[in-house]
Design a binder for this molecule. Structure first.
Ligand code: ADP
Length: 294
């Protein structure tokens, strides 16, 4: 089942245009939606999860009209929001059992088998009797995935899932998502480039409500191949460097700025470096900022 989003737009009452004619074709597998804070990712995720209305445009999941057939979408949707808000003081087992009942798994035996299987899948079986409120960030995220998988979803939406996870927890979470992404459309919304680099076969970069790039990470890297130049400078040189070149990023490494510049031709004192997805991301973001804030 493919998700096809066409010319989707959404403005808030304060005049912010959170989505501006967004079109994307999302096949089964892991799809990374990458953008800085405020880009419009959550707005798009909430519209697809039927929690918010769009102003115009369409979104089709196979033959289901996502904007109109909300009940049908909810039956095939798994949603892991950025924050659950309050974590209940009941055990992981009780909570999953409760959600499964709400989602219509009425048969006791069937529900027990489902909850047992989910707890094992997300590696929380041994913690099933513990209160969710006492879980670590990674355990909460894995619990979130377990609840999102009840009902055998065809579309799984995961909003900023790795914020606050330590590297070990993040890896376990990545493995779990990859396993799910073999069969269904999984949209992973994130501002963390590494999430997309490690997980996604397709991706889009959005900023200020607009799609700046859509394609595979491989295509994204090919776009800037041979055009990223690096130089280690002194702190005081940063402004001059910015006015002379198209600086896409600067990072302090051992206390000194290392700048990356996008350029089609060689630059004196700069060395060429193989591009990373982070370079692609920053080259698009800095490009779109240039257009709107020259
Ligand atoms: P992201 O998830 O990429 O951080 P959001 O979709 O949350 O982006 O926000 C996109 C833009 O819309 C931002 O400028 C944000 O401030 C604005 N925005 C989000 N929600 C609301 C709201 N309920 N009312 C007004 N503006 C909002």
């Amino acid at each position: 089942m493919q998700l096809t989003i066409t010319n989707l737009s959404k403005s808030y009452s304060n005049g912010v245009k959170a989505l501006d004619n967004v079109s994307l074709a999302i096949p089964p597998g892991m799809f990374g939606l990458l953008g800085p804070n405020g880009a419009g990712k959550s707005t798009l995720m909430r519209i697809l999860a039927t929690l918010q209305e769009a102003d115009s445009g369409s979104a089709m999941l196979g033959t289901i009209d996502v904007l109109k057939q909300r009940e049908d979408v909810r039956k095939v949707l798994g949603y892991l929001p950025q924050e659950f808000g309050v974590y209940p003081r009941v055990s992981a087992y009780q909570m999953l059992d409760h959600i499964a009942l709400l989602k219509g798994v009425i048969d006791d035996g069937e529900r027990k088998a489902l909850v047992d299987a989910l707890l094992q899948k997300v590696n929380l079986w041994e913690h099933r009797k513990r209160r969710i409120a006492g879980f670590s960030g990674g355990m909460k995220q894995r619990f979130g995935i377990a609840q999102s998988l009840i009902g055998d979803p065809k579309l799984v939406i995961v909003d900023e899932p790795t914020a606050g996870l330590d590297p070990g927890e993040r890896n376990r979470f990545y493995n779990l998502l990859t396993e799910i992404g073999e069969h269904v459309v999984v949209i992973l919304s994130t501002h963390i480039v590494q999430d997309v680099q490690e997980l996604c076969s397709n991706m889009a970069i959005i900023n200020k409500g607009r799609v700046l790039f859509a394609g595979s990470p491989h295509d994204a890297l090919a776009e800037v191949k041979g055009r990223i130049w690096e130089r280690r400078i002194e702190k005081g040189e940063l402004d001059a460097c910015r006015s002379a070149h198209r600086v896409i990023s600067d990072k302090l490494i051992a206390g000194r700025p290392v700048v990356h510049v996008l350029s089609d031709s060689p630059l004196e004192a700069f060395v060429p470096v193989p591009p990373t997805l982070e370079d692609v991301f920053f080259s698009h973001i800095s490009g779109s900022d240039r257009v709107t804030n020259p």
